[in-house]
Structure formats: structure tokens, C-alpha cells
Write a protein that binds this ligand. Structure first.
Ligand code: SAT
Ligand code: MN
Length: 579
């Protein structure tokens, strides 16, 4: 375990940050890789990674005539989603992680996971992946280094983050001034679910992930760094790291309002972020610009507003359900230079998933001849990884160093009953309560049962790196003299009628709700006070009464459930007026 790495494994650059060199050497001594590769993020490096993976079968080339630069990865069939029961926040004090996280004492966690890492990279290459979360020149961006033995992870990190030489230069510059980088250690191990852990050490700004190669378990810049570790840092430093898309809504007057929206995984953040307005709206001049589809870092600006950056540089989006009808911008985005994971393929080797079109696939996500008896052809959590700049609606302000000013925050979940299409919180404190009360029916983005209603405050239940009581208090603390905070709303696209059908068309038609939201922010749109908040006044949104309505009797049970859920956070729940 303490053996030194072979001399040729040591990085060459003499000027490199000692803290980084030492850490890489320490990890190599533990994991014993055959080779060490420092990633520079170049096109040549990406091409070499792809070639290696095509060679050993990690990737399969898709039809290069229809999908140039597109490849398919079939994951281990037991490694298809985030694993919340194996995800830990390891703080010195158990209470700092809160009842919303699984907790382990840091020393125990290190011991358990280091035993798994011991010698695990024998025969493999250790990749050092320097990355920057956020525009490379933004003071709001933060850097990290992921060490991984998975070339698939490296290729995905290159699409999803600013990865390579520029990030390394920033890490070295900041390191010389004493600013630490987030350290993420990852190995796919044996892909054995019984030998799998995703460990976070927020006090040490470090992550250790073993035994999975999938998504948020393995692309450590995403959920592990940009949400769990960043939320911890954000609390200490006075900002917010949130599970939110960011879109710019351009109105017919030519103004653009930026909206940040928190929905749980696989509840349509990507679709909303890339919305194309229906023709009548387009003709009037409405347009949606995409800034981000999953994560937002929000900072109070000197002008009192909240300014947001998207820390990511790409999309790791859900493929099933993505179509020319639901999200044409996503389809255009993933027509080239995309890595698909766990989709099916057609007879002519094009990627395919349920909801795409009427074609019948030839092979399912495991590469077997498609047989409906085996279930869906694409895994329900099948994904595409692609650089954000390929999106036709990519905002010209997405890379602004200071971020974009947020006019409205929207919370929402999958609620087949009860919750109306849209309502507005009365003020910031009420808005925080609305977010804290969120619930949603579970999806295939995490392992476990699908379709079960669970409380998911701010869509951060799986991602908040500290005690939810402290988190709500932190949110409330933004309401201070001089603040010009966004208006807070709640939406539900997923309500069903007695016949089990959705009451709302969703997708492009969601612009009708965004129009009302912006109307409220600007002061024109009409609303009506109710005990849950402000609902659109009669006629303010063209939608059926059944989905706009608030039924007092039905909300009594909901309120009791919210009270029960929040009471779990005990002493640390803010004493603020929550009702
Ligand atoms: O965490 S993942 O990146 O795998 C996807 C999600 O849950 O949003
Ligand atoms: Mn997400």
C-alpha cells in the first residue's frame, strides 16, 4: 500500500503545483496504475481516447453518416443510475450532514474506501483530469481535479466541463495564492454493486467514488462537486449551489428575463431549458435561450440581484422521451459528436429510444436483439453526453463571467394530483417554504422504485451536502436590506385527470406559464390570493379550470405531510414563520 509508483509514472512538469503533484503520487502509490496520463483537453487527446475505447469495445461507433462523431457506451447492467443508498456525506459531526444524508465518520469512510482503492488500478491508466466548473475566466467558477481509471469518464468530463490545460493553469495560479482545488478520486473498480461507495468529505473538499462508471456517480464535477461540495462551500461563502436549469426568456419587447428552475432528475429540466415557443408565440417575438439544464450557482451581486452561472459545459440528458415534438433543440444538439449511454440502436445503427419515433429498434441497450418481452429497448435512464455549445438555443450570455441576473426562481415536481399548474409565493420567506415543501414522484435517474411520491426540497434531497435545516436557514438569509431577490413560483406540468391522462400538454406550451411568470415579475399579469400563494386570475392563462384550481380540503393532508417531513429537521429548522 505504501509502495512508491514506478519512476516513469511521475509527472514531468517541474513547475506543477506541489500539492497536486503530491496528491497524484499518493494516489498512484495506493492504486498502482501501470501508467499516468495528465489530460490536456486537446482534440488529439479526445480522438486517442475514443480510438482506444472503440478498440477495446468500451464504445461502439454509431452510424457515422447520420450521426458523425457519435458513439454508444453500454454500461454494466447493474450500473445504470445514481446510487443514493451508497452515497455518503462524511463530516466530523454527524449532525452537520443532517437527516437528509447518509453519514459516515470521515476516518471510517476513508478506511473503507481506501481498502477498495488499494491496488485497483493495476493494469490500468490513471488519468489526471483538471477541470473548471464555470466559465474559465469567471470569478464565480471553481476548479477541481478528478483522478480516474475510466477513459469513458475522461471523455465525458471533456464534454461536460472545461477540462485540460486551461483549467490546470488556473488551478496552479490559484494554488500559488492558497486557493484549494476540489480533489475527486474515482475508480470503476469491479463495477460490483456490493463494492461501491460515493463518499464526500466537504470539510476536506474531497470526493472518493468507487465501483461505478455511471453519470453522477463517476463524473465527479457534476453532482459530487458542483452540488454536494459546492453547496457546502456556498453556505460558508454566502452563495447558493442549486439543482436548477437557467433559461433566458426574450419577450416581444426585446427584454430577456432569466429564470432558474429546480426540478428533480428526469422531470424535464432539459426540455424546459431548450423550449421552442409555439408558432404564434414565435411570430410575436418570444424566444428561449439556454444557459444551463441542470445546475446553477447563484451569487448575490453588488446590485442586490442574484446572478447565476451554469458551472457545466455540457448536457448529460435523459434520452427516452426526447423527440422532434418534445425537444427539437436537444435532437439537433445530439445529431453529432455525442456519447450515448444505454440507448438502443436501429438496424442501420442509429441511436434509438422510446418516444423518439415509430421505428422498431434492432438491438436493445444491452446489445441483445430487441424483444419487447425484455422491457424497454433503451434503458429508462439512458443518456446523451454532449457539449452545450452545440445547442441551437445556447445563450450568447451563457459564458458571461459575472453570470446572468435571475428574475424568477421556479420550483416543481411530478405531481399527478393536487398541485395546480402554477402559483406564486407571497414573498421570499414563503418562497423558501414552497421550495422546502416540494415533493415529486421518483424517476429512473436513481436506483430504486419509480413513481413513489417523496419529499424533495428544492430538488436537492440527493444533492445537498449539509443539514437541510441549515440549508433552509441559509436560503432565508438572502432576504436582507438592499436585496432585490427573484420572485418565487411553483409549477406542475404533470397533473392527471380522473381518466389518468395529463391535463396539461407541456413542452412548448409551457411558454404560456413562463409568460405569466414574466408578467408577474414585470407587474402586468393578474393573480388571485389563496392560502397556498397567488394563482393566475381567471383568464390569465389559457388552461382548463381543472389544472389551475386550488382545492382547500385536498391541501389539508398535504400540509400535514409537509409538516411531518419538515419536523424531521428538528432543532435546526429555522424558527422563521413557515406558515
Ligand atoms: O446524477 S446524474 O448526473 O446521473 C443524473 C441526474 O440525476 O440528474
Ligand atoms: Mn440533475
Amino acid at each position: 500500500m505504501n509502495a512508491r509508483p514506478r519512476p516513469q509514472a511521475m509527472p514531468a512538469a517541474g513547475s506543477r503545483l506541489a500539492a497536486l503533484n503530491d496528491w497524484v503520487a499518493e494516489v498512484a502509490a495506493l492504486t498502482r496504475p501501470d501508467r499516468i496520463h495528465w489530460c490536456d483537453g486537446s482534440d488529439a487527446e479526445y480522438a486517442a481516447l475514443l480510438a482506444g475505447m472503440l478498440d477495446d469495445g468500451t464504445l461502439v461507433a454509431l452510424n457515422q453518416d447520420t450521426h458523425p462523431g457519435c458513439y454508444l457506451h453500454r454500461s454494466h447492467p447493474e450500473d445504470v443510475a445514481r446510487v443514493e443508498h451508497l452515497t455518503f456525506v462524511c463530516t466530523r459531526e454527524r449532525d452537520d450532514a443532517g437527516p437528509n444524508n447518509h453519514w459516515m465518520a470521515p476516518a471510517d469512510a476513508h478506511a473503507q474506501v481506501d481498502a477498495l482503492f488499494d491496488g485497483c488500478m493495476r493494469g490500468r491508466t490513471l488519468y489526471v483530469v483538471p477541470y473548471c466548473m464555470g466559465p474559465i475566466d469567471s470569478p464565480l467558477a471553481r476548479c477541481g481535479v478528478e483522478i480516474t481509471d475510466s477513459p469513458y469518464v475522461v471523455a465525458n468530463m471533456r464534454l461536460m466541463t472545461r477540462m485540460g490545460a486551461d483549467a490546470l493553469a488556473r488551478i496552479e495560479r490559484e494554488g500559488a495564492q492558497g486557493t484549494p482545488f476540489v480533489r475527486g478520486l474515482h475508480s470503476t473498480g469491479e463495477l460490483d454493486p456490493a463494492r461501491r461507495y460515493i463518499m464526500h468529505f466537504p470539510e476536506e473538499l474531497s470526493i472518493k467514488s468507487y465501483g461505478s462508471g455511471y453519470g453522477g456517480n463517476a463524473l465527479l464535477g457534476k453532482k459530487c462537486h458542483a452540488l454536494r461540495i459546492a453547496s457546502w462551500q456556498a453556505r460558508q461563502e454566502g452563495w447558493l449551489a442549486e439543482h436548477m436549469l437557467i433559461l433566458g426568456l426574450e419577450t416581444p419587447h426585446g427584454d430577456t428575463h432569466y429564470i432558474a428552475a429546480a426540478f428533480p432528475s428526469a422531470c424535464g429540466k432539459t426540455n424546459l431549458a431548450m423550449l421552442i415557443p409555439p408558432q404564434a408565440y414565435r411570430e410575436q417575438g418570444w424566444k428561449v435561450w439556454t444557459v444551463g439544464d441542470d445546475i446553477a450557482w447563484l451569487h448575490p451581486g453588488a446590485d442586490g440581484r442574484l446572478w447565476a452561472i451554469n458551472p457545466e459545459a455540457g448536457y448529460f440528458g435523459v434520452a427516452p422521451g426526447t423527440s422532434a415534438k418534445t425537444n427539437p433543440n436537444a435532437l439537433a444538439t445530439i445529431a453529432r459528436d455525442t456519447i450515448f449511454t444505454n440507448v438502443a440502436v436501429t438496424a442501420d445503427n442509429q441511436p434509438w429510444w422510446e418516444g423518439l419515433d415509430e421505428r422498431v429498434p434492432a438491438l436493445d441497450w444491452q446489445g441483445r436483439p430487441y424483444d419487447p418481452a425484455n422491457g424497454p429497448a433503451a434503458h429508462p435512464n439512458a443518456r446523451f453526453t454532449v457539449n452545450a455549445r452545440q445547442c441551437p438555443s445556447w445563450s450568447p450570455h451563457a459564458e458571461d463571467a459575472q453570470g446572468v441576473p435571475i428574475s424568477a426562481i421556479v420550483f416543481g415536481g411530478r405531481r399527478s394530483t393536487l398541485v395546480p399548474l402554477v402559483y406564486e409565493a407571497r414573498d421570499w420567506a414563503h418562497g423558501v417554504f414552497v421550495g422546502a415543501s416540494m415533493a415529486s414522484e421518483t424517476t429512473a435517474a436513481a436506483t430504486g422504485q419509480v413513481g413513489v411520491l417523496r419529499r424533495d426540497p428544492m430538488a436537492m434531497k440527493p444533492f445537498c451536502g449539509y443539514h437541510f435545516g441549515d440549508y433552509f436557514a441559509h436560503w432565508l438569509s438572502f432576504d436582507r436590506p438592499g436585496a432585490r431577490l427573484p420572485t418565487v413560483f411553483h409549477v406542475n406540468w404533470f397533473r392527471k385527470g380522473a381518466d389518468g391522462r395529463f391535463l396539461w400538454p407541456g413542452f412548448g406550451e409551457n411558454i404560456r406559464v413562463l409568460e405569466w411568470i414574466v408578467g408577474r415579475v414585470e407587474g402586468g399579469a393578474q393573480a388571485e390570493d389563496t392560502p397556498i400563494g397567488r394563482l393566475p386570475a381567471a383568464g390569465a392563462i389559457d388552461a382548463s379550470d381543472a389544472i389551475l384550481r386550488y382545492e382547500h380540503a385536498d391541501w389539508i393532508g398535504e400540509q400535514a405531510d409537509v409538516d411531518r417531513a419538515l419536523a424531521e429537521y428538528g432543532e435546526r429548522l429555522p424558527a422563521h414563520a413557515w406558515r
